[in-house]
Design a protein around this ligand. Structure first.
Ligand SMILES: [Zn+2]
Length: 373
């Protein structure tokens, strides 16, 4: 991956290139940025830039042997660690998941944890970075560089490093073998271990700006209006922008699901609600989260409609037709509680709680809030 392929992030790219050219490369970097910001993509582009045999001031060449190996995710001196789940009770390391991991990267460098989990399992498995991975990292970094240059160890989702694994790595992160660079990738400081943070140079990766998302969408051939809408809704998350682009008209689908759901909740139609929860459960976690965001937006719009009329609501015709009957049920007695419950459901889905339960439970709560007088 070349720097030129990365969406936006000019400041970060500039700082990485300068640091390299001036010989100021820390032996452990932490790319810290929200999902979809491109923190992994930046780490990969940086590794390629450092390995390139024919780099310019701005970028790797993209054509030398090393660049081509990087592009196929086959560069022999770059190692990956990422969360996975155990199969049986056998001690496993990332080695066993490399085929899946390469497929995942070939698909996109902006994928998040949900996409990765969906890629390797349809079940509700918890992912983790196994304690055996520490020994694996130490072993692979002890090997001689195959290409005679820098070796790189990527640790994707460094939040998943638990103290037992991290403790085994502290020494090698502090004093790696010669010409070895650790590239940690994380999306929030919150769950990172202090022992790791104190040993890395943190590179903050901001959200991509709406303008940069839009301009890349236009390059991909999206019509002007749609590119603008997607950029607005994606909020700097390229992964989300790509998902929205792939969906013909995501809002129409959500609108139907939302209206069916609200009707069934109001009537407390248990059979319909069970069916609806099953239907939601069958979707990917990303879709479930997008739907909840859509539902929150509709609750907000209906509240506005109820109190101020339709001058400032953002609804299409179908949504408006439903809202004419539905808006009177959204008021200051229940709007805040509805939002709180939707937020809680969003959090549960993100944290991998069994989604069928989340949606069944949420439906009952919504019923009682809608009939509140
Ligand atoms: Zn090159």
């Amino acid at each position: 991956m070349r720097f030129a392929e990365i969406i936006g992030q000019d400041d970060v790219k500039h700082r990485l290139r300068m640091a390299f050219r001036e010989g100021r490369i820390a032996h452990a970097l932490m790319f810290l940025g929200p999902e979809g910001s491109g923190n992994l993509a930046l780490a990969l582009a940086f590794a390629q830039y450092v390995s390139c045999e024919n780099r310019s001031d701005d970028d790797s060449c993209g054509t030398c042997t090393n660049c081509r190996a990087h592009a196929n995710h086959q560069f022999p001196d770059l190692y990956y660690t990422f969360p996975f789940f155990n199969v049986g009770d056998k001690a496993t390391t990332c080695q066993e998941w490399m085929k899946d991991w390469r497929e995942f990267l070939q698909h996109s460098h902006y994928g998040g944890l949900d996409e990765w989990r969906d890629h390797i399992t349809k079940d509700n498995k918890q992912l983790h970075i196994s304690v055996y991975e520490a020994a694996n990292i130490i072993h692979q970094l002890s090997l001689k560089s195959f290409r005679g240059g820098y070796k790189f160890q990527i640790i994707w989702m460094a939040e998943f490093l638990k103290p037992d694994t991290a403790n085994k790595l502290l020494k090698i992160v502090e004093e790696p073998p010669e010409n070895t660079i650790f590239l940690f990738i994380a999306s929030s400081m919150e769950n990172l271990l202090q022992t790791i943070i104190s040993r890395v140079q943190v590179i903050y990766v901001p959200r991509i700006t709406d303008e940069e998302v839009k301009s890349r969408l236009l390059q991909l051939g999206a019509p002007e209006k749609r590119a603008g809408e997607i950029a607005h809704f994606a909020h700097g998350d390229w992964n989300k922008a790509m998902r929205l682009l792939a969906t013909e008209n995501p809002d129409e689908n959500y609108a139907m699901q939302f209206q069916t759901w609200m009707r069934s909740c109001y009537k407390k139609d248990v059979v319909a609600l069970v069916k609806w929860s099953d239907m939601m459960h069958a979707q990917t976690r990303e879709d479930q989260k997008h739907f909840i965001q859509y539902a929150m937006d509709q609750i907000r719009q209906n509240l506005i409609l109820n109190y101020t009329g339709d001058a400032i609501v953002r609804m299409n015709q179908g949504e408006k037709a439903f809202a004419d009957k539905f808006a009177p049920f959204i008021n200051d007695l229940n709007a805040e509680d509805l939002m709180d419950e939707l937020n809680a459901a969003y959090r549960d889905i993100s944290q991998n709680v069994y989604s069928k339960l989340v949606f069944t439970d949420l439906s009952m709560k919504v019923h009682y809030m809608l009939i509140r007088k």
